[in-house]
Design a protein around this ligand. Structure first.
Ligand SMILES: [Ca+2]
Ligand SMILES: [Ca+2]
Length: 332
């Protein structure tokens, strides 16, 4: 009896092990299926995201195309009288437009209403000393004063742009000043590519940068004049010592009633407000324009989970040809 009993219990044990093995196999297979499905879902999600980003990019490019169209139409409408002011179609900010799965918003900004920092470029210096001030340097110094910032920052920006290593006086800063920083770096030695570069220039902290951001720009040429039909009051005030805050506000108020069609119209109004105080009307005239060549297009697209902000610098020449100078993305 005893061997039979043993074999029966051994049979039961074996059956138990087989059952356990089967269960284990089933659970392993389940884990594998779940893992495969999860990875498949991830793949689908990834594909979906890529597709959405691609679509958002195409929509944003569409926004750029819209901007080019508006600028081309404006050129045609202007005819012989090349004037750009804030009552024109390009200056109207588009409310967000619904698109399938999201929305798109766009805006055009005249960058010539702002002071172009690359106007500060001068030939390299051979010796230390104060180089002769240019009208653009005077304007930038006034702008810094109006922003309640140290006007010696003007020389630091000039040194950042110039290709020499001789610091200007009194506020200059060259490689020597930047080597001491942690981490060390060198001066730019070329035109500024973006306003954000100012954060690396000596004397400009986060607060100063925030103030400057509203009134300066970086364009790929120097000597770009300020459009008095679009410039904020502060930039107009910085044109000449004779213009105080109330005169600048009055000049802005008058352009809202009647656009400055010629540079002389602005000078005439300016003289009627400040009178004898204006010592150098020709000097002011050399800094201003009534139209613009540089605009920034800003397209913002939301598409499901994808968000894209595409900015572009557009140049419109005197023949009305429009080209994209550069394009960059920003978070929003
Ligand atoms: Ca126009
Ligand atoms: Ca220098």
């Amino acid at each position: 009896m005893a061997p039979r009993l043993r074999s029966l219990s051994s049979f039961r044990r074996q059956r138990g092990i087989a059952l356990l093995t089967a269960l284990l196999l089933v659970s392993l297979a389940t884990v594998a299926v779940v893992a495969m499905t999860a990875s498949q879902q991830l793949g689908i999600r990834r594909l979906e995201n890529t597709l959405r980003s691609d679509q958002a990019w195409q929509y944003a490019l569409g926004g750029e195309l819209w901007a080019r169209g508006i600028l081309a139409r404006d050129y045609k409408d202007d005819g012989q009288e090349r004037v750009d002011d804030l009552s024109e179609e390009w200056a109207i900010r588009l409310p967000p437009l619904p698109i399938e799965g999201g929305e798109i918003a766009g805006a055009l900004v005249d960058l010539q209403g702002l002071f172009n920092l690359n106007n500060l470029e001068t030939p390299p210096q051979e010796r230390q000393g104060e180089p002769p001030p240019t009208p653009w340097l005077d304007l930038f110094r006034r702008l810094l004063r109006l922003l309640e910032m140290d006007e010696r920052i003007a020389e630091a920006v000039q040194d950042w742009i110039d290709t020499d290593t001789v610091p200007r006086f009194p506020g200059g800063a060259e490689d020597g000043d930047y080597f001491d920083r942690k981490p060390p770096y060198r001066a730019g030695n070329g035109p500024l590519a973006d306003v954000s570069e100012l954060r690396t220039v000596a004397g400009i902290d986060a607060e100063g940068y925030a103030r400057l951001q509203a009134v300066v720009t970086t364009l790929p040429e120097k000597g770009v004049r300020i459009n008095v039909n679009t410039a904020p009051a502060l930039v107009i005030q910085a044109l000449d010592d004779a213009i105080d805050a109330s005169a600048a506000t009055e000049l802005v108020r008058r352009r809202e009633k009647k656009t400055y069609v010629k540079v002389d119209d602005f000078i005439q109004e300016l003289e009627s407000i400040v009178g004898e105080d204006l010592k150098d009307p020709e000097g002011v005239k050399s800094l201003i324009a009534v139209n613009s060549h540089y605009f920034q297009v800003d397209s913002q697209v939301i598409l499901d989970r994808a968000r894209l902000r595409l900015l572009g610098l557009l140049h419109r020449d005197d023949e009305g040809r429009i080209r994209i100078v550069r394009r960059w993305r920003e978070l929003f």
